[in-house]
Design a protein. Structure first.
Length: 368
């Protein structure tokens, strides 16, 4: 990948009227950003936000690409449009940073990845959770082997939303507008964390349900996953509240609990493989001691994403949030929906053609 020269990178925004713009504003003020244009189909809101950002506004993103010739296109439009917009930007010679999820289904993600490779450009996805200090340390501990051979993983995440959230835009919580519910919109972050820490599982079985919200798509998901050598469970919901988010990891040498801003580790005094065979008591339990571990400075925010992306462009550093990496979490989201509607255990890799057929049936209302 050819490095870009200079300190500032010319950026444009597609979908500047999106609500998620608020999470990008601080990052767009970084010294490495020169904002040269913004576009949106909503001319009134788009012009207002572009004026606030101090850049020219365009109603036609293709005209903007041709006029400004940006180094980076930031895509904030709703995700059903991500694939078309990203491919156009990549073909126009721009690197792309696209909001999550990278696409609605794998066939779209693959088209985006292919365009990035063909044009020798970077495709990055806004997965800021990878930059959370506790997630970074958890990954280091897993790679160090301090937890031993993994046995079980359990993730529970709340994304509670009131009805007003789903009523804020007509495309929200519809199969045609989002291609899924909590899985593709919110829980995709958590699936990305699972893939970042453990890579993709071998197979999964999932149940999607709509418990409280009056919406087309799921508001709650429960899944069982199997990796090579260990098992896991995943639960997320926009209908539940009151329980703290957590990721629990159990290995033969220790355990780890990851919570927002926190990490608690313990190591067994005797590794479980040895304890099971060496203990002379039928009822003796394994004992543990705390695993001393401090968290580094930093935040899992969009500033971290932009700094990392710019480092990849300017200094040829490895890209942590590439399209290939983001594809993994999208595959899990698609596979969980497919498993629930077909009532089947899904072996990965997912058959993207069959999933596309299922999704089309859901959009048309012929699949229930």
């Amino acid at each position: 990948m050819k490095k870009l020269s200079g300190v500032k990178l010319k950026h444009v925004i597609i979908g500047v009227g999106a609500g998620v713009l608020g999470m990008h504003r601080t990052a767009l003020a970084l010294d490495t950003v020169e904002l040269v244009g913004a576009s949106d189909i909503n001319a009134t809101l788009g012009q207002k936000n572009a004026d606030e950002l101090g850049c020219p506004f365009f109603t036609d993103y293709r005209e903007m690409l041709e006029t400004t010739k940006p180094d980076v296109s930031v895509i904030l439009a709703p995700h059903p449009f991500h694939a078309t917009l990203a491919v156009d930007c990549l073909n126009a010679g721009a690197h792309v940073l696209v909001e999550k999820p990278m696409a609605v289904q794998l066939s779209e993600a693959d088209a985006m990845i292919a365009a990035a490779e063909a044009n020798e450009k970077h495709l990055a996805v806004s997965f800021q959770q990878r930059f959370r200090p506790e997630i970074r340390v958890a990954r280091e501990l897993l790679q160090s082997g301090k937890l031993g051979r993994l046995l079980h993983v359990d993730m529970f995440i709340n994304w509670f939303r009131a009805r007003a959230y789903f009523q804020s835009a007509r495309w929200r919580a519809t199969w045609s507008g989002e291609g899924g519910g909590v899985l593709v919109n919110q829980g995709i972050h958590d699936l990305d964390v699972l893939c970042y820490l453990f890579d993709s599982p071998k197979r999964l079985t999932a149940w999607t349900r709509t418990h409280l919200h009056d919406i087309e798509v799921e508001d709650t998901v429960q899944a069982m996953l199997e990796w090579e050598g260990f098992l896991g469970s995943f639960h997320t919901s926009t209908a539940e509240a009151g329980r703290k988010d957590s990721l629990d990891i159990v290995g033969t040498k220790g355990t780890l609990r990851v919570t927002p801003g926190g990490l608690i580790g313990n190591v067994f005094d005797v590794p479980l493989e040895r304890f099971i065979t060496e203990s002379k008591s039928a009822w003796e339990q394994a004992t543990m001691k705390p695993l001393e571990q401090s968290l580094p400075e930093g935040k899992g925010d969009h500033v971290s994403i932009y700094k990392h992306f710019h480092d990849a462009l300017l200094n040829d550093e490895p890209l942590l949030i590439s399209g290939q990496e983001a594809r993994k979490s999208l595959e899990l989201a698609n596979a969980m929906i497919y498993s629930s509607y077909t009532k089947e255990t899904v072996e990965l890799p997912l058959d993207s053609q069959r999933y596309g057929e299922l999704l089309e049936g859901l959009k048309q209302g012929v699949v229930k």
